[in-house]
Design a protein around this ligand. Structure first.
Ligand code: DC
Length: 233
């Protein structure tokens, strides 16, 4: 009792299982989970609707102007027991998970004004502590003072295999090679982007989960979090 409510930043490669871990950890600690990838996806959906992004062409002037008409909020859905993202008051949690949004999100996420706006919202959400936030730049840019930073990764082959299984389970027919190429390409885009690239914070704990089960990993993270809370009193 009386422990401080810390902020936990979880960054790492695509398909490393960040959101699964972040969600379970938040539930265990009774913290708020913030999915920053969902915010970049919702910003992309907004830009697509305003036709600032068509195919792979980005109208940056239009996109920047459109940011003033974009209101993002997370609201708890008791049915799914998750907090879900709303764009201008409407739940878009499902729409942001389409391949179309996924194929355009990196074009939108690299626009500096988009990042400035989303980072400010993310920082406000973490002001009172008690947040588990996952993304690519949380420990480095959004919450550099986070009391616990985790950098999650696994070798590309393991991540591609896990992603392949997920896609196959949802009825999509893709080959392992296609998925591996996509994983490597997303690593490249995330790491080479000029603004807020994916980078391991110097003080992050690296968790390579190639050889860990979900349960082993979860137990490890809970222990890390509780130890950190004890240290801080
Ligand atoms: O975690 P995700 O796959 O839902 O993220 C979607 C995209 O948003 C991904 O291309 C990386 C980008 N992103 C980002 O640039 N910064 C973040 N903090 C989170 C996600």
């Amino acid at each position: 009792m009386g422990r401080s409510r810390i902020n936990i930043a979880i960054d790492g490669h695509s398909s490393a299982g960040k959101s699964t871990m972040a969600k379970s950890l938040a539930k265990e600690l009774n913290y708020v989970y913030v999915d920053t990838g969902a915010m970049y996806r919702a910003a992309t959906l907004h830009a697509m609707r305003e036709r600032s992004v068509v195919d792979t062409a980005v109208n940056e002037v239009g996109l920047r102007a459109g940011l003033d008409r974009m209101f993002l909020a997370f609201r708890y859905n008791p049915q799914t027991e998750q907090s879900e993202i709303h764009l201008n008051g409407i739940n878009v949690e499902k729409e942001i998970r389409t391949m179309e949004v996924a194929s355009k999100v990196s074009l939108v996420a690299r626009v500096p004004e988009v990042r400035t706006k989303l980072v400010a919202i993310q920082q406000r959400m973490a002001e009172a502590g008690g947040v588990v936030m996952d993304g690519r730049d949380i420990g480095t840019v959004v919450l550099p003072q986070a009391e616990l930073k985790i950098f999650m990764t696994a070798d590309p082959e393991t991540r591609a295999y896990r992603r392949l299984r997920e896609l196959q389970q949802s009825g999509k027919s893709v080959s392992y090679d296609e998925v591996l190429d996509n994983v490597l390409e997303r690593d490249r885009i995330d790491s080479e982007r000029a603004v807020a690239p994916l980078r391991q914070a110097d003080d992050a704990v690296v968790v390579d989960n190639s050889e860990l089960t979900v349960e082993e990993q979860f137990n490890f993270l809970v222990t890390l979090a509780r130890t950190r809370m004890e240290e801080l009193g």
